[in-house]
Ligand binder design. Structure first.
Ligand code: ACM
Ligand code: ZN
Length: 545
């Protein structure tokens, strides 16, 4: 049973300054009821609070660099949200007016934390530094926004919290449009604010190859550039605005480091054997027909894919994945597998020869060509396993009967989601109908409907047995950037749907309540304002109705 005694938002409730000896300022009171909703919140509800002022000190264990960084994050959040400069101390001495960060290995969940707020002290314990970081994110959001004319206070009470899912992901496609390293860092900060712990970086597309691969320099010399983009959906007319850009390996490592400091793992995706036109334009010998090919200027699913029967192609895939594993320490490497038409494979001499060599036979469920894709991806998976990593792929991989070690990212249909877990695959759910924030059909950017839609999503499908339900390891939202050219559109799509996502990923389902969520959302929007994140302003009107 979860205990939840929660009080409504009490923003900017003024208290008479006489209760404060150190300052003549009034205080503004925040709330522990943040997004995502902590799983157990218990409030004293007696009006008492911990007041943050310039003599507040954040204490962390001496000699623990991660805890020191955690303390610095908290100090910077306090500065940004409340305009108050607090102190830091590696001293374990406990006095009054302190926020004490510590580790406690008796806690059960690696990402869990316990928070206790009294008038004199805030104690925040995590089993790991990551757990402490999530507690810090809760404090970050529990503070009222103030410009320093009032002091921020946090109501007395306690929280025991832990995530529902170990995998809480967000994907950004940089293939269709390129986003700078600095902007990706901002996105990573947005993810951290929402307790997300995996940044899935979709690095290659028909419209652009975005990561430096030293063994294949033409991938970026040729594959990272296109001459223009269609003007609108369905149009054949190009805008003649060149699009280009890629990340050097050093820049990618910088992103990995930046994310790791925020307890976020970067999962790289090299999408194969489909969505490879940019690679084919760079190395035409990797295709079934030999080309010529050009980096795509329009969108959709293309018939030209990597040749599944060419030894050179498999070597290319292995080489690329090995360089990727040199850059990214992630335990998971995503190799796509989605939307790979077998049009050329059916008549390609090399593909058909390989099918014969492997003795692949069509069955009711799996065509020969789908099995060839599964074999190809299985060979790449062996390369991934050699280095102790695991392979992720989109759910089309199920068409080819992949190895049980594959982690399936289920995006297409509820049936695919169910099939993945019934067949024992660890599964991350990212359904197009709920969690593709860039999909205009399901996401009205104005109003509340798409926020409610995201919030209504339950990752465990109806009909799953408790054993099958355990195969759902997490949930993820995606932004595909065909029609997302800049940060404003990116954020309109993210904010505030990502807040609803956070609650799906983190909070226990029995604690979910849309009306309650929408009330808490007002403060989240206030935080977006502080950080300059763009969202459609009409939401305020909709929330006030
Ligand atoms: C996908 O949306 N093609 C994974
Ligand atoms: Zn072929």
């Amino acid at each position: 049973m979860k205990i939840r005694k929660i009080k409504r938002w009490m923003l900017f409730v003024p208290f008479v300054c006489g209760i404060l000896s150190c300052s003549q300022k009034e205080v503004s009171l925040g709330d522990l009821e943040v997004i995502p909703l902590p799983n157990e919140v218990s409030l004293l509800n007696d009006g008492s609070s911990f007041v943050i002022d310039e003599s507040t000190t954040i204490c962390y264990p001496e000699g623990n660099e991660k805890m020191k960084r955690n303390a610095e994050f908290l100090a910077s959040y306090i500065r940004q949200i409340t305009a108050t400069e607090v102190r830091l101390s590696a001293d374990t001495e406990r006095g009054d007016n302190v926020i004490v960060l510590s580790l406690d290995n008796t806690l059960s969940n690696d990402e869990g934390y316990e928070l206790s707020v009294s008038q004199k002290q805030i104690s925040l314990k995590g089993k790991t530094e990551a757990g402490v970081f999530y507690g810090i994110q809760t404090l970050h959001k529990a503070m009222p926004v103030t410009d320093g004319t009032t002091l921020a206070a946090i109501p007395c009470g306690s929280i025991k919290d832990y995530p529902r899912f170990g995998y809480r992901g967000f994907m950004v496609d940089v293939g269709r449009h390129f986003f700078s390293v600095d902007y990706l860092k901002e996105i990573i900060d947005m993810l951290a604010l929402h307790n997300i712990n995996y940044f899935h970086w979709h690095l290659t597309e028909d419209q652009g190859w975005r990561i430096e691969i030293k063994k294949y320099p033409k991938l970026t010399e040729i594959g990272s550039k296109r001459k223009g983009t269609i003007k609108e959906r369905g149009s054949k007319e190009l805008d003649s605005i060149p699009v280009s850009g890629y990340y050097t390996q050093e820049e990618a490592k910088e992103i990995v480091r930046y994310a790791a400091e925020r307890y976020i793992t970067v999962i790289p995706e090299i999408d194969m054997p489909g969505h490879m036109l940019a690679a084919l334009a760079s190395y035409p010998e990797l295709g079934c027909t030999g080309g010529p090919y050009e980096v795509a200027t329009n969108f959709g699913v293309f018939r030209n894919v990597l040749c599944g029967g060419n030894e050179k192609t498999l070597q290319f895939a292995k080489d690329v994945i090995n360089e990727i594993m040199d850059i990214f320490p992630s335990p998971y490497i995503h190799i796509g597998g989605d939307e790979c038409p077998k049009y050329h494979w059916k008549t390609c001499a090399k593909c058909q020869k390989k099918i014969r060599e492997l003795g692949l036979k069509a069955s009711k469920e799996h065509t020969k060509e789908n099995q060839l894709q599964a074999w190809f991806m299985g060979e790449v998976e062996k390369e991934i396993h050699k280095r102790g990593r695991e392979m992720m792929a989109w759910d089309e991989i199920l068409a080819g009967n992949p190895a049980k070690s594959t982690i399936v990212m289920a995006w297409t249909t509820p049936e695919a989601r169910l099939k993945a877990i019934e067949n024992g695959y660890r599964t991350i759910v990212s359904p197009i109908q709920y969690l593709y924030f860039s999909n205009a059909k399901f996401n009205q950017l104005r109003g509340l409907s798409s926020i409610e839609r995201v919030y209504s999503f339950e990752p465990v499908p109806d009909g799953a047995t408790p054993e099958q339900a355990k195969n759902i390891v997490g949930a993820q939202a995606c932004i595909w950037t065909e029609w997302t050219k800049d940060s404003v559109k990116m954020e309109w799509q993210m904010m505030p749907r990502i807040a609803a996502l956070a609650e799906i990923q983190w909070s226990e389902p029995e604690n979910k309540n849309i009306q309650d969520f929408l009330k808490r959302l007002k403060h989240q929007l206030e935080m977006y304002k502080v950080y300059g994140y763009n969202y459609k302003e009409d939401i305020h009107e909709a929330l006030d109705k």
